[in-house]
Design a protein around this ligand. Structure first.
Ligand code: FEO
Ligand code: CA
Ligand code: CA
Ligand code: CA
Length: 592
């Protein structure tokens, strides 16, 4: 029997069942609308999707692959319009084996593309801006809108902040160290109070390879970022910049966050180096009590760290242009979660503590380019893969999704990462100190942290910990991305549950306070092979947008014989990563 209501939870949707399926599922009373799919034409002259003939030219004007972060920026700008706006979507990476006919299966397929196919993949990376509308209850996108835009692995972008122009950022193609072609592996993201969008560069190491990974002058730095001789993609065979032996500095130009203006399709995106270089899962903001803006960011790797960046100045709500370079000045911090529950933030500033010339840092640029090594020296707390980090708009606490860490040993556990072989992950709550009429997210001490939940199946997986009324359907594994509704309820999207727990990835919702705290309930179940990314509510909470990433990415799945053909279910059409809009059939708020 599926529980019909939420027990002490304020979430009243009828919970769905854990299952694995080629199709996705939502609770009774809800509807899934497929809004936009890989290959759907965006620009006016873009051709329709043709699964057998994707080319660089077609892909450059079409929705990209493996949608991840989702933002919704209302139209007109500055309004709270919930039915018309710009959908801003990351495209993290490509599943070569599901994109091209005859390419084979598995990771080996990633090394097989021709020069043209590898360029198609590069153009399927990056980001999309697309105008969307809800009319008569149905969402659709506007083909050929003047706002529609593709940002790709080749789009020119400026480098700004302390590392711009440093020798380690210079290449043959760019002797200035200030102009990079493209953004790659855009996983989660964030936005700013002034209406710009931030896209984060995560696993940039996948694209670079060469003998220099083990023999070159930068081999130690490469190793710290996971750059190895054998790249995961074969792009370096056709493009020198992905070959470390020819362009040893190109990888230093990735691993940053990129800010761009979605309302101006001509604007040039900017890599903001002040926020550090690591596998940025995302970068979400909260406005501090004093008007400065604080960005939280996880570095998604086992035993890596949690960061925040505090702007030097308050933002200006009355003059959008005055905020244009706010992200170039400020302080980056890394978190230390003390065993007694105290939270400490350590400044990553050249000349302070161990970040000196004696340890190989000539200036702040070198500190930022090697953020991970700087944080190692500061003895930050190694976490279990910090993914999305977001601030609850109601209680101002910050929630950190920790996906998992199967490598943590019994000797390496600590109160903040308490489980050895943490296959299911956990969620931590950061409590900033009170200040004036709000909270001080900029504080370096005075904050606390607490475990919100420990994922896994209660009664089966050691250490699993939720509200005791959590149902047999409501437990989760591998928390990855998250979102809050206006009531301060946490919506958690998972990545990796099929492998870790034998259940599909999905979306779970829970109260964060009151009688239903940490009582997670299953709201959405993804199709086989997929993870769920980018949960984003429209400003009226009546639509939940989800990015369904890598559907059909199961072992042995191929273009010809995929494990699912979601969402089209048409012969000859492979699965297509897509953004869906989930609405309540009665038009009410999602979750109520
Ligand atoms: Fe792209 Fe950390 O997931
Ligand atoms: Ca993710
Ligand atoms: Ca999020
Ligand atoms: Ca992921």
């Amino acid at each position: 029997q599926v529980p019909a209501a939420g027990g002490p939870s304020t979430l009243t949707f009828p919970e769905i069942r854990h299952q694995l399926s080629q199709r996705d599922a939502v609770p009774e009373g809800y509807e899934v609308q497929v809004l936009i799919r890989w290959g759907d034409p965006l620009l006016g002259d873009a051709p329709d999707f043709d699964p057998n003939a994707q080319t660089p030219a077609s892909q450059a004007g079409q929705f990209g692959y493996n949608n991840d972060y989702i933002d919704f920026q209302p139209l007109p700008q500055g309004s709270r319009n919930a039915e018309h706006g710009l959908l801003c979507v990351n495209h993290e990476y490509t599943d070569t084996q599901l994109m091209f006919p005859g390419i084979g299966s598995g990771r080996a397929a990633r090394l097989r593309p021709t020069a043209e196919q590898s360029r198609t993949e590069r153009l399927a990376h990056g980001h999309t801006v697309v105008e969307i509308r809800r009319e008569g209850g149905r969402w659709s996108y506007v083909k050929g809108s003047r706002y529609n835009r593709r940002i790709t692995g080749e789009t020119p972008m400026r480098v700004s902040g302390p590392a711009a122009g440093h020798d380690l950022l210079k290449t043959n193609a760019d002797p200035t160290g200030r102009l990079v072609l493209g953004t790659l592996n855009n996983c989660a993201g964030g936005n700013t109070p002034w209406g710009t969008v931030i896209i984060a560069e995560e696993n940039f190491n996948y694209y670079f390879g060469g003998a220099a990974a083990t023999t070159g002058a930068q081999k130690d730095a490469y190793r710290r970022y996971g750059i190895v001789a054998e790249a995961q993609y074969g792009w370096g065979r056709f493009e020198d910049r992905f070959n470390l032996d020819k362009e040893p500095n190109e990888p230093n130009r990735f691993g940053w966050v990129v800010e761009y203006d979605p309302y101006d399709p001509q604007s040039q995106p900017v890599k903001r180096t002040a926020l550090g270089r690591f596998k940025h899962e995302g970068a979400t903001h909260v406005v501090n009590h004093d008007g400065r803006v604080v960005f939280y960011s996880g570095d998604d790797e086992r035993f890596d760290y949690l960061y925040k960046f505090v702007t030097a100045r308050p933002w200006n709500p009355n003059d959008r242009a005055a905020n244009r370079d706010l992200l170039d000045e400020g302080t980056l911090f890394v978190a230390k979660l003390q065993d007694d529950g105290k939270l400490e933030w350590l400044p990553i500033v050249h000349g302070q503590g161990p970040l000196t010339a004696a340890n190989g840092f000539a200036n702040q640029a070198e500190v930022l380019i090697n953020t991970r090594r700087a944080a190692d020296l500061l003895e930050a707390t190694p976490m279990d893969r910090p993914e999305d980090v977001e601030t609850n708009p109601v209680n101002n606490r910050v929630y950190v999704m920790l996906t998992n860490n199967s490598n943590r040993t019994a000797q390496q556990v600590s109160p903040a990462n308490p489980r050895p072989r943490n296959n299911h992950g956990h969620v931590i709550e950061l409590i900033p100190p009170a200040a004036g009429n709000g909270f001080d997210h900029a504080a370096t001490e005075g904050g606390r942290w607490a475990i919100f939940l420990m994922a896994g199946k209660p009664g089966q997986d050691a250490g699993a910990q939720y509200h005791r009324a959590t149902s047999d359907q409501g437990w989760l594994s591998c928390p990855d991305n998250c979102a809050f509704d206006a009531k301060g309820r946490l919506w958690i999207a998972t990545d990796g549950a099929p492998t870790a727990a034998g259940i599909a990835d999905g979306v779970y919702a829970t109260d964060t306070a009151g009688a239903g705290r940490a009582l997670t309930r299953l709201f959405y179940q993804a199709p086989t092979g997929a993870e769920v990314c980018g949960p984003r509510f429209a400003p009226d909470d009546k639509t939940l947008f989800l990015a369904i990433q890598h559907p059909g990415d199961d072992t042995g799945s191929t273009f010809e014989q995929p494990s699912t053909r979601w969402p089209d279910f048409q012969a000859g059409v492979p699965p297509r990563p897509s953004v869906i809009a989930i609405v309540k059939k009665d038009g009410g708020e999602v979750g109520t």
